[in-house]
Design a protein. Structure first.
Length: 397
């Protein structure tokens, strides 16, 4: 088969197909962060989805999985914002003025009206109020944009959960079934992406457990008047913050440490300054350095070389930004299996097979991946005929 058919009709269809692929590639790259985060959510939620499929249909299981994941996350974010308002109000001495802006507060409409009227007042105060209003509106716009991307990622993961069987069946029909090099490559990539992304989720839980011990333990040792505020909530937020590139838990423990230093200097006095210093040291070693250097590369990359995973997480975030945390490991897994399964035979001019010809211990071996690992156990719903039965715990793609 030639790359460019001589027949004009086929040439026209190839031209149109390539144009559509280019347009689709442009859209995907324009939303690359949203897409890779959606893929991460898919792999992170897939174990729960597969457990629910034992009792429910695939569509109902996907619906319930998204609800069980999204509602707690949104509730945690809302509770954290409310606590943040209260702590900030106490810190700057506004007597609860900021707390009135909490959405469920009965004083919210009055507070918003008073703040808006003050911001639009005349004179220098009005100018300062206008700047404040502009800053608030800019922050709200950024938050709305972030939420929009989050819900788009959640929607993508939801579609993948419901349609992965049909996507896998289409892939088998188009590019090759079991025994082909394409199937082996897809199965190995799927298996390692599953381990990497589920490992990220496990890292969040591990850091949350560490945070519970660190924050509550420090709170027991704290001098009077310098206790750690809401230690359990801080542990949950620190666990989620491990998904933020490079910064990791700093976005949680640094503001809290500064608050503790402020309380120590204005309350008990300089003799209590040892506690903020101890807080910073413990948080940096146990909740920052340990997750980045040890936990995440070990938990989220057991089949891929640890050094490669460290480079993927750190280098990916430095090169691509926040979504590099998810795109970096994806590119490493895709490249590793290309070098192991496809590249050696391409270089030597041989037929590409499913056999691993290089770096056999560097990633998942497609020869030992469960049959049907690159497809869903519900492949019979795809309309392409029943597929091989998957065993419990097999991964899908």
């Amino acid at each position: 088969m030639t790359l460019v058919p001589e027949d004009r009709e086929r040439l026209a269809w190839w031209t149109f197909t390539l144009a559509m692929v280019g347009a689709l590639g442009f859209v995907v790259w324009s939303f690359v962060g949203t897409v890779v985060f959606g893929v991460f959510l898919y792999y992170g939620m897939r174990p729960l989805d597969r457990q629910l499929r034992r009792r429910l249909s695939s569509d109902v299981a996907a619906d319930l999985t998204v609800v069980l994941v999204a509602l707690p996350v949104l509730g945690l974010v809302g509770f954290a914002v409310a606590v943040g308002f209260q702590e900030l109000s106490q810190l700057i001495g506004t007597d609860g003025a900021l707390a009135r802006l909490v959405p469920w507060s009965p004083d919210q409409p009055t507070a918003l009206f008073e703040d808006l009227r003050a911001a639009l007042g005349s004179g220098s105060a009005g100018s300062a109020g206008g700047q404040l209003l502009s800053t608030v509106l800019g922050t709200l716009a950024a938050a709305a944009t972030g939420l929009s991307h989050f819900f788009l990622s959640l929607l993508l993961s939801f579609v993948l959960l419901r349609e992965d069987a049909r996507i896998a069946a289409w892939f088998r029909n188009m590019f090759g079934g079991e025994g082909s090099a394409a199937h082996a490559y897809a199965a190995a990539v799927d298996q390692d992406l599953h381990e990497v992304y589920v490992g990220n989720v496990l890292t969040v839980f591990a850091v949350t457990a560490l945070g519970l011990g660190v924050y509550n333990g420090l709170d027991l040792l704290a001098p009077s008047g310098v206790g750690v505020p809401v230690p359990t909530l801080l542990a949950l937020l620190t666990g989620l913050a491990t998904l933020v590139p490079l910064v990791v838990g700093k976005i949680v423990y640094v503001p809290v440490g500064l608050l503790l230093a402020y309380r120590a200097t204005t309350g008990p006095g300089p003799d209590a300054l040892w506690f903020p210093i101890a807080f910073f040291a413990a948080a940096f070693v146990l909740l920052d350095l340990l997750p980045v250097a040890v936990l995440r590369p070990y938990i989220a990359g057991r089949h891929v070389h640890g050094g490669l995973m460290v480079f993927a997480y750190i280098g990916g975030t430095m090169l691509f930004g926040w979504y590099g945390l998810f795109l970096g490991p994806m590119l490493v897994v895709l490249g590793v299996h290309l070098a192991r399964i496809v590249l050696p035979e391409l270089i030597h001019g041989e037929t590409v097979t499913r056999e691993v010809r290089a770096a056999e211990s560097l990633g998942s071996n497609p020869g030992v991946v469960e049959p049907g690992a690159a497809e869903s156990g519900d492949a019979d719903e795809s309309g392409a005929g029943p597929g091989p039965t998957t065993s419990e715990g097999s991964s899908d793609g």
